[in-house]
Design a binder for this molecule. Structure first.
Ligand SMILES: Cc1cc2nc3c(=O)[nH]c(=O)nc-3n(C[C@H](O)[C@H](O)[C@H](O)COP(=O)(O)OP(=O)(O)OC[C@H]3O[C@@H](n4cnc5c(N)ncnc54)[C@H](O)[C@@H]3O)c2cc1C
Length: 512
């Protein structure tokens, strides 16, 4: 794909880029956006690209969240890029270790000059005649907006709103005399030493920060409406570390990655096929780590089956250890209202606290809130259907990174980036200017894109694109399937319309 370009390399990271036109714009410098840029560098070195990042740092999720103990719950041998081995001894890694890895990647691939920090993409309009997107971009420092054009728009903007996390309206909130903190906006100077802390929530964030705070706080109580599955994972993977000592890093990484993908799949498949058996197994493992007589069924027996929602992982069983040592406890109850001293529960009990942490989740946001339009006509995202889980029906030259929810997010994103590069190479070779997926069967059943039962996913179903029920319109949660579809499968497809002319109307493009 050739295009007139101004020199992106020479532009400073804060320059106004009104005159810039590139082949690909990547929105977001999180792990997905940086990965996409590496794929372009490796597979299509002639393509010009720029990464527009709304914040002032790379890393996305791993830079935004600053709560105590922030770490992955996936093993890094599957969460890290396929093309860059994870060489730390820690399989479950702290955010800072993940950020170091990303910084190293940016350095190795010379990406720094391509990243524009403090550049938020507000919207993008596609012109079929020019086969180009015109992006509306806002600079964080001056609030000035300007335009930038590109052939292909790749959204690596994550899936939630960076502005604020989800916060239910708790009655009496203002009457509470202590501090109320959301994990997404953790105050740097929060002093919780010797304080009584109540954490509302039972998800991945709650089970991470509770043991991390429990060493310093007077006591930490996890207040949950209903239980989640909690599994202990070892911080270090002895097989991975042994292999790395015996074999070249790349080979050791490849083997570990394959084994871990297979293990994750096995657990997921077993959970789908034999939910009762897996539920019993998890219960037995949980009970084993708790004090004798502990009310396992009250606090650790979810209403849903394993993997209907993401399983929570705790590092080296740290949550269970904090409970055993009396530094943390769990209360399963419903909130009536906040009081001056803490939280009044439906059981009539009052939980006293100095600090309340509302680990109540995220607000989902599709494509970083970008408003897409085609020839000025707004795209109704809720109506669009995902093609091969990486493009949208009726939206030309657009792709996005959405990963797995039952495995490492990035395993899928790697494959999506690879497929996108193959698609662009194919277009280059044939002289195509545009590509658009067309869903002809309007009656095809539509399902939520993220087919997950978690509350925060259900709240956002309407504003997210959908998936179909067959063919390239399904979103698969299987790495093996996606390897066949995205890595080995052809890029030409009956559902894709290519247009070689630089001067066709949207109607002609869709009918091409
Ligand atoms: C606390 C937490 C822990 C997690 N742990 C795991 C885990 O262990 N394993 C796992 O698989 N998944 C995990 N996830 C899911 C996780 O978010 C993804 O795995 C992964 O980090 C997402 O990377 P990303 O690059 O796709 O998106 P993000 O990390 O969300 O990055 C998106 C980037 O895009 C930028 N952006 C957004 N909108 C715009 C815009 N309009 N213009 C310009 N820039 C924009 C953002 O500023 C951000 O830098 C976790 C999520 C959270 C919240």
């Amino acid at each position: 794909m050739s295009s007139p370009t101004t020199s992106i390399q020479s532009a400073t990271s804060h320059s106004t880029a009104a005159d810039v036109d590139v082949d690909v714009v990547i929105v977001g410098a999180g792990i997905s956006g940086i990965g996409a840029a590496c794929h372009l560098r490796r597979e299509l070195p002639h393509e010009t690209f720029v990464i527009l990042e709304g914040r002032e740092a790379i890393g996305g999720t791993w830079d935004l969240f600053r709560y105590p103990g922030i770490r992955s719950d996936s093993d890094l041998h599957t969460f890290a890029y396929e093309f860059k081995p994870w060489t730390s001894d820690n399989a479950i890694a702290d955010a800072c270790e993940i950020l170091d890895y990303l910084e190293e990647t940016v350095e190795e691939y010379g990406l720094a000059p391509h990243i524009r920090f403090g550049h938020r993409v507000l919207g993008a309009d596609f012109s079929a005649q020019d086969a180009r997107w015109t992006l509306r971009v806002q600079r964080a420092d001056t609030a000035e907006t300007f335009e930038l054009t590109c052939r292909v728009l790749f959204s690596a903007a994550g899936y939630y709103d960076y502005a604020a996390g989800h916060l239910p309206a708790f009655e009496g909130r203002d009457s509470f005399h202590g501090a109320i903190v959301h994990p997404q906006q953790w105050p740097e100077d929060l002093d919780y030493a010797g304080r009584r802390v109540v954490v509302i929530g039972s998800g991945a964030t709650a089970v991470t920060l509770i043991p991390a705070m429990a060493g310093t706080a007077a006591h930490v109580t996890m207040l949950q409406r209903s239980p989640s599955y909690v599994m202990s994972l070892p911080a270090k993977d002895p097989i991975a570390n042994g292999l790395r000592r015996a074999l070249p890093a790349k080979l050791a990484y490849r083997i570990t990655r394959r084994m871990n993908v297979a293990r994750q799949r096995l657990i997921y498949d077993l959970s789908m096929r034999h939910p009762t058996l897996v539920r019993r197994l998890i219960r037995a493992l949980t009970k084993h780590q708790l004090p004798a007589g502990y009310a396992v069924d009250t606090h650790f027996n979810p209403r849903y089956n394993p993997w209907e929602e993401r399983l929570c992982a705790v590092r080296n069983g740290d949550l269970f250890k904090a409970i055993r040592e009396g530094r943390a406890s769990i209360v399963t109850d419903r909130i009536v209202r906040f009081t001056e001293r803490g939280i009044l529960l439906e059981s009539g009990a009052e939980l006293e606290a100095d600090i309340i942490v509302t680990a109540t989740g995220l607000n989902l946001l599709a494509f970083g809130g970008m408003e897409l339009s085609i020839e000025g006509e707004p795209v109704d995202l809720g109506d669009a259907v995902a093609y091969k889980s990486m493009m949208l029906s009726g939206v030309p030259n657009f792709a996005f990174a959405v990963g797995y929810t039952n495995s490492s997010w990035t395993l899928k994103v790697d494959l999506v980036c690879e497929h996108l590069c193959r698609l662009l190479a194919h277009m280059d070779a044939r002289g195509y200017a545009s590509v658009v997926p067309v869903l002809e069967d309007e009656t095809m059943e539509r399902r939520p894109l993220l087919d997950f039962h978690a509350g925060y996913v259900r709240r956002a179903v309407d504003v997210f694109p959908k998936q179909g029920s067959r063919g390239p319109w399904t979103l698969e949660m299987s790495y093996a399937h996606d390897r066949r579809r995205l890595r080995k499968g052809p890029v030409e497809d009956a559902a894709l319309r290519f247009a070689s002319s630089d001067s066709c109307t949207p109607g002609e493009l869709l009918a091409a």
